[in-house]
Design a protein around this ligand. Structure first.
Ligand code: PEP
Ligand code: MG
Length: 587
């Protein structure tokens, strides 16, 4: 169909969430506005107004229950947790009871009272330094907007009807996100990489961009859009030339996906015969099944903290054991690397929500530091992991290590967890290798000490880049400075790989760089043979592996690592990536 151009062409840039490219018409969701008209009531109108608010809250409670009861079987696990979080906000006395008090004391309408309370509550959240807590302010706005809608008598679901379209919104409540499978993709103004929206979109693998800032204001219903979830760009009212280019890219992507499927059962081995292990990163236990089907040789990173978020009580030993066991069984004998709790910084436990927020949370009581400060909680997790290891090969991975004494302390607690299980006669895995994440420059610079103490190392490039370049990985304002190819970052990665190989210990990369096929040859040339990434990238990276000759790459990468001039590094990288592209195209 020939597109009708109703808006001059422009583009918006945000944070890419992935999922590919989609072309379609816009469906702009009503913003979650909390502005309401203030109406003074007669005294005899006050109690009916209170009842009206209570009825609207009940209607929203019912709406959430219906959504929860109709969750598709394949809805991500976070969905239920997110609905729970919204139910808690809905029932929070600081919202509902305070709004009722306001109606009575100030004799005002329910809309005004609720919007006021929600605004105040959301602002309190938004003042937190911590990105995760700040984003919870948005949850308050979303639930209040839902009650306001119910007050106006409208409960129609915004995504439940109409032709499939690209959803554009200032924000989308998690409950609405569950309908996303009917949408072609979505572009959202708010949210960073840790927002609920981004977390859900990633696990659903839907084309998405967040942090677009003003898309909902600038885009109109039915505008034609190109949403590039990989580059994080939204083209509005594209002209024929751009549309033709992206249609071509879409078709090429599709063709490529089909071609890549042929590699599913091909062993990952370089041209010069070096076997390469391609593993998957998961956030939730049942994703291990998908990872297995996508051909992952194991789970290189199970971010266990996702079991702990969005809940008022921490998961106990049995609950954790069941979750880890599910992940282990899903991999049918292939190893599962469970990372111990990495909370703090941008991932705060709800149970800690009231505690003092550190000035620099990313440099504060995070990950292993937090676990060592909470030994009972840490021991509970360690016992659960050791128990799950009775069902298949499990490896333990400790995040954010910087000091030798942290390793020693963690190893002592692992030993204690083992003896606690043995004393109780509870079965556990006999051999659970313990590894450390290298994600702090101090750890990379002393990687040989880490390699001596631990069974394996895994480079977390996401944090290594953040801490090396002093760039908050969640901050949009400086995201252009977040450079995985900065010579300092490359040196630290190479140094870690060298140290592990010298100590004859396995080393992997499990940060986003491992899934970036543009970096595959670089990492192979540094001597890396274990990569862990989102399942969706496995085959693309495998193709790079199949077309690479490590013997030829090594001297080129050694020369590249000797460069510190950005332009020279960039051109050496480009040559590395492009060498033999003709062969790639024929493969
Ligand atoms: C990393 O830092 O690279 C990593 C894999 O851990 P996370 O992204 O969970 O911090
Ligand atoms: Mg990390």
């Amino acid at each position: 169909m020939r597109p009708v151009i109703v808006t001059p062409m422009f583009s918006l840039h945000g944070t890419p969430i992935g999922g590919g490219i989609v072309i379609g018409r816009a469906r702009v969701l009503e913003p979650n506005r909390l502005d309401a008209e203030r109406i003074r009531l007669h005294v005899d109108q006050v109690e009916p107004e209170v009842l009206r608010l209570i009825a609207a809250q009940a209607a929203v409670r019912e709406e959430l229950a219906v959504i929860s009861a109709h969750l598709p079987a394949d809805a991500p696990h976070e969905a239920e947790a997110l609905l729970d979080a919204h139910r808690m906000i809905l029932d929070d006395p600081l919202l509902g009871e305070e709004a009722i008090r306001m109606i009575r004391e100030q004799t005002v309408n329910a809309e005004w009272a609720l919007a006021n309370r929600a605004g105040l509550l959301a602002e309190q959240f938004e003042e937190f330094e911590d990105a995760y807590l700040r984003e919870r302010g948005q949850d308050v706005r979303q639930i209040a907007a839902r009650v306001l809608k119910a007050l106006s008598g409208s409960t129609t679901h915004p995504l439940g009807s109409g032709d499939p379209a690209i959803i554009i919104a200032n924000d989308i409540a998690p409950a609405d996100m569950l309908m996303l499978k009917r949408a072609l993709g979505f572009g959202i103004d708010l949210g960073g990489t840790t927002s609920h929206t981004a977390i859900l979109a990633r696990s659903m693998n839907v084309p998405a961009v967040v942090g677009l800032r003003c898309a909902a204001e600038l885009i109109q219903d039915d505008d034609w859009l190109i949403l590039d979830g990989e580059a994080g760009v939204l083209y509005v009212a594209p002209d024929e030339t751009l549309l033709a280019e992206f249609r071509h890219r879409q078709a090429a992507d599709q063709l490529e996906r089909e071609r890549l499927k042929r590699l599913l059962h091909v062993p990952a081995r370089t041209l010069d015969g070096v076997p390469v292990t391609l593993q998957a990163n998961i956030e939730l236990p049942d994703e291990s099944r998908q990872a297995f089907e996508a051909g992952a040789a194991g789970i290189g990173l199970f971010r266990s903290e996702f079991l702990f978020l969005n809940r008022s009580e921490l998961p106990g030993e049995d609950e954790q054991y069941e979750a880890y066991r599910l992940a282990v069984e899903g991999m049918r004998g292939r190893p599962v690397t469970i990372r111990t709790l990495d909370v703090g910084a941008d991932k705060t436990l709800q149970t800690d929500a009231g505690s003092v927020v550190a000035t620099n949370p990313a440099l504060g009581l995070r990950a292993i530091r937090y676990c060592l400060a909470q030994p009972l909680m840490f021991l509970t997790q360690l016992r659960a992991i050791l128990r799950a290891a009775a069902h298949g090969p499990v490896r333990l991975l400790i995040p954010m290590l910087a000091h030798g004494h942290e390793i020693d302390h963690a190893l002592r607690l692992i030993e204690l967890a083992r003896s606690q299980l043995d004393e109780r006669g509870i079965p556990r895995g006999a051999h659970v290798p313990v590894g450390g994440m290298i994600e702090v420059p101090a750890a990379a610079l002393t990687a040989s000490m880490f390699a001596r103490r631990l069974d394996f190392l895994s480079v977390g490039t996401n944090d290594l880049i953040q801490y090396t370049l002093a760039i908050d990985r969640t901050d949009h304002a400086i995201s252009s400075l977040y450079d995985p190819y900065h010579p300092a970052v490359l040196q630290l990665i190479a140094m870690t790989i060298r140290a592990a190989r010298r100590a004859d210990k396995p080393v992997s990369v499990c940060g986003e760089l491992a899934g970036d096929w543009n970096a595959t040859r670089l990492l192979l040339g540094m001597g890396l043979t274990i990569f862990s990434m989102h399942s969706a990238s496995l085959l693309r990276v495998k193709r790079e592996v199949l077309l690479s000759d490590i013997g030829q790459l090594q001297p080129k990468v050694a020369r590249l690592l000797g460069q510190d001039e950005p332009a020279k590094v960039a051109s050496a990288l480009a040559r590395l990536r492009d060498d033999g592209r003709g062969e790639t195209a024929r493969a």
